[in-house]
Design a protein around this ligand. Structure first.
Ligand code: SPD
Length: 362
């Protein structure tokens, strides 16, 4: 009898291990946005295999989500895109009973995210950051003078200044809903405006500096800044810090700075969400809960240099990161940050059309 019981326990165990191993979780996340060992740890803990794809643009993710049947279980849209996609019925409500680690999350930041997803019904903050300017300290000083203080959008939006930097390589994000409002803000207009005339003005200003921009791309600048192949990039906070870290590791003499310009900048939240047609929502909930573990989130922040919204993780995050105002902005800098506007389809089309004109001149 005892032997029979042991056999049945052994069979049950191996059956559930096989079942777990057969389960695959399909994740679609931003590039350069996870620690080296996160997925390995998740598989070791749950037995769930992960297939992990990356993108570097909300527009690319949105196109896939609106088409449907993406096959993904977890995706990570930015909060403004998330809101529009929730409206289109793209995401399923979270089952919070499967997410006990929600207790680790920062209440204020989750409340901020709830502006885009009332009650945080569909998504949890993955990481957050700002869109500012990364620059090569030496190359910029060579061209603008040792005393030039980099603290303004002038660096990329003043046609005379950016022209002096064109030879060492200036890049901008290929992100129309960020670049055009940043230019509007520089002109003294409300970056959250949805007035077509304001978008026209922002785009027209970008056209004035277009000839000084080497490329528009949203991930290539990390390596280019790190290697000294470009000298200025409008970029996302953590990505610029990753460039700094890569340069330091390479010991190539490249020194990189990141600034949240004095005129203000966009603050954004990237959100983990489960598509309505996800093949494996149960495993997706397990993954979201796993990411909200204090140590796992701290490991990610320590690797990708992005701020997280997990209060319990903070004591485990390197002090070099928690004390850096480029990653966790000061209260004074926070006053100058603006949140993204959710655009309706018509406004979105206007922005896309203007962006083509900025990039191609047509
Ligand atoms: N390499 C990770 C980049 C994450 C950027 N998130 C997008 C923010 C859009 N406002």
């Amino acid at each position: 009898m005892k032997k029979l019981l042991m056999l049945s326990v052994a069979l049950t165990m191996s059956a559930s291990a096989t079942l777990a191993q057969e389960t695959t979780l399909n994740i679609y996340n931003w590039s350069d946005y996870i620690a080296e060992d996160t997925l390995e740890k998740f598989t070791a803990e749950t037995g769930i295999k992960v297939v992990y794809d990356v993108y570097d643009s909300n527009e690319v993710l949105e196109a896939k989500m609106l088409t449907g049947s993406s096959g993904y279980d977890i995706v990570v849209p930015t909060s403004d895109f998330l809101q529009r996609q929730i409206g289109a019925g793209v995401y399923q409500p979270l089952d919070k009973s499967l997410l006990p680690n929600l207790a680790n999350m920062d209440v204020d930041l989750m409340e901020g995210a709830a502006n885009f997803d009332p009650g945080n019904e569909h998504a949890v903050i993955y990481m957050w950051g700002t869109t500012g300017i990364g620059y090569n300290v030496g190359m910029v000083a060579e061209r603008l003078g040792e005393d030039y203080e980099v603290n303004s959008w002038d660096l990329v939006f003043d046609p005379e200044i950016v022209a002096k930097l064109a030879d060492c390589g200036v890049s901008m994000l290929d992100a129309p809903s960020e670049m055009i409002p940043a230019a509007m803000n520089y002109l003294g207009l409300d970056p959250r405006s949805t007035d077509a005339a304001d978008f026209e003005a922002g785009a027209a200003h970008l056209e004035k500096v277009r000839d000084s921009v080497r490329y528009f791309h949203s991930s290539q600048y990390i390596n280019d800044l790190a290697n000294g192949d470009t000298c200025v990039a409008v970029g996302w906070s953590g990505d610029v810090f990753q460039a700094m870290a890569r340069a330091e590791e390479a010991e190539n003499g490249v020194e990189i700075g990141y600034v949240i310009p004095s005129e203000g900048a966009l603050q954004w939240f990237d959100m983990m969400a489960i598509p309505v047609d996800a093949p494996n929502p149960e495993a997706a909930h397990k993954f979201i809960n796993f990411i909200m573990d204090a140590q796992i989130t701290a490991d990610i922040t320590n690797y990708v240099w992005y701020a997280n919204a997990n209060t319990a993780s903070m004591p485990l995050v390197d002090e070099e990161i928690t004390s850096d105002p480029g990653i966790f902005p000061t209260a004074e800098a926070k006053e100058r940050l603006w949140g993204a506007t959710v655009y309706d389809a018509r406004t979105d089309r206007t922005i896309t059309r203007l962006w083509t004109r900025v990039k191609t001149g047509q």
